[in-house]
Design a protein around this ligand. Sequence first.
Ligand code: APR
Ligand code: PHB
Length: 392
Amino acid sequence: MTIRQRTQVGIVGAGPAGLLLSHLLARRGIDSVVVETRSRAYCEARQRAGLLEAGTVQMLRDSGLGKRLDAEGLEHGGIYLQFAGDRHHLDFRDLAGRTVTIYAQTEIVKDLITARTAADAKLEFEVTDVRVSDPGAQEPVVMSYRTKDGERREVTCDVIAGCDGFHGITRGLVPGLATYERAYPYAWLAITADVPPSTDELIYSRHPDGFALHTMRSLRTSRLYLQVPVETDSKDWPDDRIWTELSKRLALPGWTLETGPVVDKSVTPMRSFVAAPMRHGRLFLAGDAAHIVPPTGAKGLNLALADVRLLTEALDALLTDRDSRLADEYSDTALRRVWRATHFSWWMTSMLHVDSGAGPFDERLQLSQLDYVISSRAAATTLAENYTGYRF
Ligand code: APR
Ligand code: PHB
C-alpha cells in the first residue's frame, strides 16, 4: 500500500543544507518534508568542517539557532600563515572588519535536528529508494520513498530542493547540466585529538614536505590536517607518525605542538566541482549537490548555507506571493558566490600545498605569492575578505 501526502517543498537530504532549508521555510509558514537515507545518529556524528564566516554566524543567530553557537563557538580575529621558517599573523578585524567562528558542522546539524524535531517537522531518516518525478513537467512533482519500516510513500510537492550532497540523485535530473571539475594530486589526513589547541588561531603552514593545518573544535579539542598522497590509507599512519609529521611541518623555534589521544582519523580527497544550472523547472539544487570545494579555506559549509538562505527567499516569493523573479534568478545569483569561493579555495590550495609533479619554478611562485600576502596590505585584504566571506 502506498501512503500519499502533500507538501509545498520536498527536500532530499538532511545535511546542513536540507535541515536549514526546512527550518527557514517553517519560520515563514512554508511546509516541507525532508527525507534522508542515513540514520539520525550517523548524520549527527559525521565529522566535517568547523569554521563559519561572519555572515553565516549572523544568519544562524537571526534564525533562532544562536544559543549554543554563541555559548560554545570560538571567535577568531585572524589566522597565521607559516612558510620558509616564519609564522605571520593576518588580522581580519583590521583588514576586513570581520571575524570567523569555530563551531563544528556536526554541532550545527545537532542544533538543527533538535529544532526541527521540537517543531514536529516531517523529517524521515533511514529511507530507501528515493525517487523524484520529472521536475520539468507541468504537473506538481512527486517525491517517493520507502520508510524505515518498508512503507511506500508518495509526496506531491510544489517544488523539490536537491540537498542530497555530492553523491545524491537530484543533480542527475537536470538535463544538459554543465560540470566544471579539478582533482588535486593530494589529499588531507585529518585527526581530532583530545588535547587543548597549541595555538589561539588557526595555523596554515606550507612546508617543503607538504601542507599542515592546526585548527580546533573547542578549547579542549584540537583538529589537525596533513597533506598526504591521494592513495593514502589512514592505517599506514599510526598516531606517533602523525604527531611527528605535524610537529615537523608546524615547527617554529620556541613553540611546541602539544600531542594527545587521537579520537578520529580519516583521509579526505581534494576536488573542485561546479554544476550549472542549479535549477531545472521545479527542482532547485543547493550545497554539495551542486558544488564541492577543497577544504583549504573552509568554504563548503558556508556556501551550502548561503545557497539555502537565497533559496528560502526565492521559494517564499514563489510559493507565497506567486512571484517567480527570485526563483528565476536563483541559479545565477548562487553561482556568482560559488565561483568566488571556488576560485578562493583553489587559490589557497595551490598556494599552500606541495605538488610533487611541479618543479622549482612553481615552488618559487608559491613562496613569492605567500611573501606578497604577508607584506602587501592589498594582498592581505584580498585573503581576509574572501576568508571571512565576500559580500556581493
Ligand atoms: N536520498 C536522501 N538523502 C540522500 C540521498 C538520497 N538519494 N543521497 C544522499 N543523501 C543525504 C546524505 O546522506 C547526506 O546526509 O543527503 C545529505 C547531504 O548532506 P551533505 O553531504 O552534508 O551536503 P550539504 O547539506 O550540501 O552540506 C554541505 O557538507 O561536505 C560538506 O563541506 C561540505 O560542509 C559542507 C556541507
Ligand atoms: C576545520 O576546522 O576543520 C577547518 C578550518 C579551516 C580550514 C579547513 C578546515 O581551512
